[in-house]
Design a protein around this ligand. Structure first.
Ligand SMILES: Cc1cc2nc3c(=O)[nH]c(=O)nc-3n(C[C@H](O)[C@H](O)[C@H](O)COP(=O)(O)OP(=O)(O)OC[C@H]3O[C@@H](n4cnc5c(N)ncnc54)[C@H](O)[C@@H]3O)c2cc1C
Length: 372
């Protein structure tokens, strides 16, 4: 009996599990290690925060998905890999042996933000923690006006800011928002048309944007910038770019300088052929591409195929990332901006288009979990 261990129930592994269910391999035992039963679909998270979706609409029930595919779900987090012994060690102290292991663990909180002070500051990842903080904040914002600072001017930070503001306003709560980014402009990496549209939206909504501003530390009054200025804030949301968990590198896997697992064109570790990685945690050595849910989803089919082929001793397929990915970024209400190469489009119809794509994705993993 061959043992395949999947670590993390991210966007790529849900497709691997679905395909295992559609095409079971006799003589293969598959285990998913995931601390959570419900895994969020990133594309719909801002819509959940804005109040357009409920929890079940944008979470995949891993327990149900695994049960349907005859995959064992272990409710635990991986803490390390013993590569010579081919064993994954879990936070509970247990170990799981494997012949092949695959990592799809997303991004980690930055090392200096691993234990944020509850209430005062929060990271957008891990999502469960953020959603708990958000529910609490909505209650607090009904009692007194709040000043909120989002640190990070990328698509995630801006989309989340607009979603939070929309929800609080629709609930009659009062809050002011500002965004601080160390970049020279918001949405660096997106075309000028997209940046201009969001600058207009943010200005129209009264959201202040501070560019070239690095937050160095927080205190009781708010956030301090490297310029020495202070931004008053009752709550700070960290929406920084992807950060790699440290344990894969510590285990001895080849990583880049930021700790992301280096993989080849087959999504296989360049140092350990029995290890695969996909989604945010993986960086392709030959053709690194941006880290986003779009790419993590695209990794799913070639990863599933290559795990199967490795176990069958067959030639692996090559994954070629698309050169340009479509980003559909919502603006709080049921409106969105499409960013594709140099192009940008805006309107309620873009949101409906995004909604159809997102609901179509979720329908593949249909399960209606109750909030845990
Ligand atoms: C606010 C926000 C909005 C975004 N919107 C978009 C968008 O519209 N479109 C887009 O393309 N991208 C978007 N992104 C980026 C997107 O969220 C990530 O790129 C995507 O989630 C990465 O998918 P993944 O499969 O790598 O990991 P994830 O989907 O993050 O899943 C990783 C899973 O692994 C689990 N895990 C972590 N550590 C361990 C461990 N040690 N052991 C076991 N399990 C573990 C986690 O619990 C989680 O379930 C957004 C990000 C944010 C923050």
């Amino acid at each position: 009996m061959k043992r395949l261990v999947l670590i993390g129930g991210g966007h790529s592994h849900v497709e691997v599990i679905r395909r295992i269910g559609m095409r079971p391999s006799p003589g293969l035992h598959v285990t998913l290690v995931s601390p959570q039963r419900h895994t969020p679909y990133s594309g719909m998270l801002p819509g959940l925060v804005a109040g357009h979706y409920d929890y079940a609409e944008c979470h995949i029930d891993l327990q149900a998905l695994c049960a349907a595919a005859c995959v064992d779900w272990v409710a635990d987090a991986a803490a390390g890999l013993d590569l010579p012994r081919r064993t994954c060690t879990l936070q509970s102290g247990a170990g799981i042996g494997y012949d092949i292991v695959s990592l799809d663990i997303g991004s980690a909180p930055p090392p200096d933000r691993q234990a944020p002070r509850p209430g005062r500051e929060i990271g957008i990842k891990p999502t469960e923690t953020f959603l708990g903080w958000w529910d609490d904040l909505r209650v607090r914002a009904r009692v007194r006006p709040l000043r909120l600072l989002v640190v990070g001017g990328g698509a995630g930070g801006i989309e989340m800011t607009l979603a939070m503001q929309h929800r609080l306003q629709s609930e009659g709560a009062r809050a002011t928002f500002s965004i601080a980014t160390m970049e020279r402009s918001i949405l660096a990496g997106h075309p000028p048309g997209v940046r201009r549209r969001f600058a207009r939206v943010l200005q129209a909504r009264g959201i202040g944007v501070l560019t070239g501003a690095r937050v160095t530390h927080l205190d009781a009054g708010g956030a301090w910038l490297d310029s020495g200025a202070q931004l008053e804030a009752d709550g700070v949301v960290w929406a920084l770019g992807p950060v790699a968990a440290q344990w894969p590198g510590r285990a001895g896997l080849a990583t880049n300088e930021r700790g992301f697992v280096l993989v080849d064109r087959h999504l296989r570790s360049i140092s350990h052929p029995e290890v695969f990685a996909a989604g945010d945690i993986a960086t392709m050595r030959e053709r690194a591409h941006p880290k986003s849910g779009v790419y993590a989803v695209r990794h799913g089919p070639p990863l599933a195929e290559n795990l199967r082929r490795t176990l069958a001793g067959e030639k692996l397929v090559t994954y070629s990332p698309q050169r340009v990915a479509l980003a559909l970024i919502s603006t709080g209400e049921r409106c969105a901006v499409a960013s594709w190469g140099p192009l940008s489009l805006h309107g309620a119809w873009v949101w409906r288009w995004k909604d159809r794509i997102d609901r179509g994705f979720m329908a593949r993993y249909r399960a209606r979990p109750a909030p845990s």
